[in-house]
Design a protein around this ligand. Structure first.
Ligand code: ATP
Length: 276
């Protein structure tokens, strides 16, 4: 049976178990409210290495607010977010400096925006876009930056000969792939994705979803993905959080939730897709 969440107290949930110590991210009692039931409240979960977690729910349910909280872009009213750094040390994301959070987003984490224009620098070349995170990490060797950018463009199936072209000369699907290359070049362990395929045609979406799936496997990436599209969730996510009116009303394995939804809201969500 799926898990109905929301009732785990931060302290109880925090008590360490063997599996919890292996989590990459620990989220306890996370709350940010803009008004009654607007935002997200009392969200609890652990994310494990190589796991893809989908956040689904109707418009306004709080998905983007939760993603912004998890990526440290906004601060909560309450709750705790612990990230286990690549060096093995736990980082209390809301207790560290803004500079430290920005550093996490540039190195250990990635963020793929819904609209490529928000995640790319449109006035610099594709190659400069892709290699920027390496430069931010102090890599200065031009030949290495150039070769790495070409390798990553190839990896996301963009012709490396277009390394000097501006992103705005690329199609929507290519821009999203470029955004993915720009994020993955620094080998992040955790990537946030906000509706990464929703701005694309269906056929282009399918190709991008395939690419994301293969990159997740190849690099053992952990992903937190916001999507309103249950088909995308089914394809990419191992587990789901279903949000309604700022709360997680159901969570569990994707197939279980989509094939046997327990909460009335999830049942409605799933049946509306089947009827569409
Ligand atoms: N910066 C803000 N200031 C005030 N209210 C906000 C802010 N951000 C979000 N909200 C409110 O919080 C609620 C949740 O918004 P959020 O964008 O997180 O939902 P969502 O599930 O991502 O919706 P969508 O699928 O339409 O993007 C909404 O009622 C929204 O108006």
């Amino acid at each position: 049976m799926n898990t109905h969440v929301d009732s785990v107290s931060p302290q109880a949930a925090w008590n360490s178990t063997e599996t919890e110590t292996q989590a990459l991210l620990r989220v306890r009692g996370l709350t940010k409210l803009y008004g009654p039931n607007q935002g997200c409240q009392n969200v609890n979960f652990d994310l494990y290495p190589g796991e893809v977690l989908g956040i689904v729910g109707e418009s306004g349910s709080g998905k983007s607010t939760l993603l912004s909280l998890l990526s440290g872009r906004i601060l909560p009213n309450d709750g705790e977010l612990i990230y286990i750094h690549g060096n093995g040390e736990p980082v209390d994301v809301y207790d560290c400096s803004e500079a430290a959070r920005r550093q996490l987003l540039r190195t250990e984490w990635g963020f793929v925006e819904q609209h490529a224009r928000d995640g790319l620098r449109m006035n610099v070349s594709a190659g400069a876009n892709v290699s920027e995170r390496l430069m931010a990490q102090g890599v200065r060797h031009y030949g290495f930056l150039h070769e790495s950018a070409k390798e990553w463009m190839t990896q996301v199936e963009i012709d490396a000969a277009r390394i000097n072209d501006l992103p705005r000369t690329f199609s929507g699907g290519m821009q999203q792939r470029l955004q993915i290359a720009r994020n993955l070049i620094s080998k992040p362990r955790l990537v946030f994705m906000d509706e990464p395929t929703s701005s694309l045609d269906v056929s282009v979406q399918a190709k991008l979803l395939d690419l994301i799936r293969s990159l997740v496997r190849q690099y053992n990436l952990s992903i937190i993905l916001v999507t309103h599209d249950l088909a995308v969730a089914r394809l990419l996510a191992d587990r789901l959080l279903v949000m309604q009116k700022s709360r997680v009303v159901e969570s569990g394995l994707t197939d279980q939730i989509l094939d046997d939804p327990q909460h009335p809201y999830t049942q409605l969500l799933v049946s509306s897709i089947l009827q569409a």
